[in-house]
Structures are given as structure tokens and as C-alpha cells.
Design a binder for this molecule. Sequence first.
Ligand code: AMP
Ligand code: MG
Length: 449
Amino acid sequence: MSSSGTTHHGTGRDQLWSVDEHLDDILATVRPLEPIELQLLDAQGCVLIEDVTVPVSLPPFDNSSMDGYAVRVADVAGASEEFPAVLTVIGDVAAGQGEQPTVGPGEAARIMTGAPLPPGAEAVVPVEWTDGGLGEGPASGMRAHSAAPEGASGEVRVHRPAEARAHVRARGSDVRAGDRALTAGTVLGAPQIALLAAIGRGTVKVRPRPRVVVMSTGSELIQPGEELADGQIYDSNSFALTAAARDAGAIAYRVGAVTDDAEVLRSTIEDQLIRADLLVTTGGVSVGAYDVVKEALDSIGDPDDEEGLGAGGGVEFRKLAMQPGKPQGFGTIGPDHTPLLALPGNPVSSYVSFEIFVRPAVRALMGLPDVHRPTARARIAADKALTSPSGRRQFLRGRYDADAGTVTPVGGSGSHLVAALAHADALIVVPEGSTSVEPGTEVDVVLLG
Ligand code: AMP
Ligand code: MG
């Protein structure tokens, strides 16, 4: 923890940490996960940590790019509509067929896209340049898809000449054996996975997706689908943050609401540590009588953290110069120094905190080069000025219009306004120094994607 070395926020208990200081502390603590070998599809979105070399050239053999006839160039030289070359069809070559007929002078083999160019043949004439073998023979014509060499016979009339190698994809024309297919550091999207599969790689070495356990706290919380009793509310945070964790690239586990009991919470956290690369809690971090997260963490601690026990264990609780999201906890717990972020309970606060602090942590664990959401500059589209608390960085919910270059606030600043959050696609960033933002003012917006 770098808290003791940071001077900007002072040392007193009630000093405010800036958003950047808190984020810097998190990113300085969170280390990328150790690489593992994963099946291709499990590696989607992950960072490759090996250079991948092509073992066999692609395509592995010369093959046809068209359905047509494999021919010898001399046999079709000068062919025209009026004077077609008439060739004897000696058989079929289909994709995946091992053995091929040899094309001799005056002969052609019917060939399908992707099939190997048979010996003797020098070019492929597309079926459109021929009579499709319809003129003669019982089984000619491209409608039949028999793979058997005896499936085609008779004659084909070719109306146009072909140059050597016409409609032939050369062996190695895509990549050659020994070429570098992908370099370490590449993020594996669908096209990169396509290449890995095409060169025959079944598994790759990547940094894995972090396993993120999301745990909500609050005795008032019940699960969606249940009947609401007096004083109860539905647990939305654990759903929102599990979805957000997945969206950030994590394998997310949702642990439904834990009651406000430090002992229950402590044992739940300890149970979850086994499957967590990162723990996220919501609620119970303000100064209310039932804010039990600190108390629960006191008794877990981080065995290697000298300040580990007492006052939240390895987790430090801070007040941030931020709205929403003022109370935040961060630190490491348990034998593996698992990072834990304790977020405030209000739904908008927890979501905004996730976007600003947890998402970058998840992406840092994955070793991704870019841990932050993209941002844009946009002018505020509103009827009246927005007010913002002095000395705090405010994150308002907004709708971003890229074409107009504007962002329109949705809902107010209340951190309980889930419906407005659901209509937002951006966070409007009002800097610490601003207490009033006039319509038309240009601001930073975080694009939620
Ligand atoms: P707390 O920080 O635990 O005092 O919670 C602050 C506010 O957020 C209270 O109104 C809680 O009822 C509400 N809240 C806390 N956790 C959740 C949750 N998981 N889902 C929805 N609302 C919550
Ligand atoms: Mg609570």
C-alpha cells in the first residue's frame, strides 16, 4: 500500500484522497495474473504472452479458389465461345479428398473450391467459363457434389484461356511455416483466434481472466423474484457489478446479499477467497451503526501486511474527493494478498466506483495495455447550469451524442437513481474545481460502451 508514501492527501484520518490517488494506489498494488495455457475459446479477450510461430504454411497445399475445372494451360490456350477447348473430364477433386487423379494432355478434372490442385494441372477455369460439362457425359455439371473420382466423366467445353496458376491459391500464400503469426502482447479477438485455429493451435499461453467475486451486504436486501416485505429492497448491486465485472473481462461470481453481521460476513469472505483473484463488496462502508465491512475485515487481514490487523485488516478505508462514491476501501487480504475493493452501497455509487476503480483493476490483472474506458470531450446539453460540490470530482450520468458532440445529463445527482443510470451511456466528469457548469461547456465524458 502506498498510502504512507503519498503526501497529497495528508495523513489525518479525515483527509480526502483524490480519485487519481486512490486509483494509482490500486494500480500500483494489482499485478497481472500469472500466464496459463488455455483452450482457444477460453483465451478470447485475453493477452497473449508468447510469440506464436506458424508450424505449417497456409494454405498447406496449392488449392482451387473456385468451383471449376483443373486444366493444363496449353489445352485451353486460344479457347473462345466460338472455338471452345473440349477436354475429357477424368474425375472429381473435392475439398478434403486425399487422392487425386493426374491431369494429362487434353484432360480436365472437375474441382471444388478448396480442393488440392491435382498433379498435372496448372490452372483452374471457373465453371462459369465452361459449359459446366453439360454437353456430354452422364454425371457432369456442377450441381452434383459427389466426391468420388468417378462422379464426373465425359467432356467439358472451356470458352476462355487461363494463365498458369489462375484461380489457384498457392501454398504458403497466407502465412509460411516459420513466420511469426502473432506477437506476445496481442489481445485475442475473433480474427486472432481464427488465425490460431487456422495454423492448428489448440491452446495458447495467455494471462487468464481474473475471477472476481462480487458480494453485496445489507440485511434489508432480498433477491429479485422474491416477495418484498416491509423495509426490504431488492439487491441490485450484486447483479450490476457482476455484469460489469463480466463486461470488464472477468469471470464473475455473484454472492448474494450477506446480512449485516460481521461474523457472517467474515466467514463468507474467507470462504470466497479460494476462488477470487479480486473481491468486491458493496455497502457497509459508511459510518452507520450497521456498517460491518470494516469490522469483518479487521479479523481477516493480510498476514504480510504489518498494518494488516485492526482498522479493516489489510484494507484501508478512505474518504474520496468524489461524488458519488466518497467512502471507499482498498487493500489486500488473506494468504494470497487478494485485492479487495469495498464500494459504497448506494446503487449509483457502487456502479460508478466499479467503473472508475474496479474495471481498471480487472484489466490490470489481465495485463491489458489499456485499462481505462475510452473518453471523449463533449458539450453539456442542458437548459440550466449543473451544480457540483466544491473540491470533489463529480460523475454525472449522461447520454452522449457523438455526432452532435454533446452529452445530456439524465436524472439528477442522487446516488439512488437506478432508472436514470439505466438510460445513461456515459459518465459526465465535472472537475474538482467546478461548482457550476453552464450549458455548452465542454467536459470529459467516460463512454460506458
Ligand atoms: P450502505 O452503504 O450499506 O449504508 O447502503 C447505502 C444505501 O444503498 C442504502 O439505502 C442501501 O439500502 C442501499 N443498498 C446497499 N446495498 C444495496 C444493494 N446491493 N442493492 C441495492 N441497494 C443497496
Ligand atoms: Mg448497508
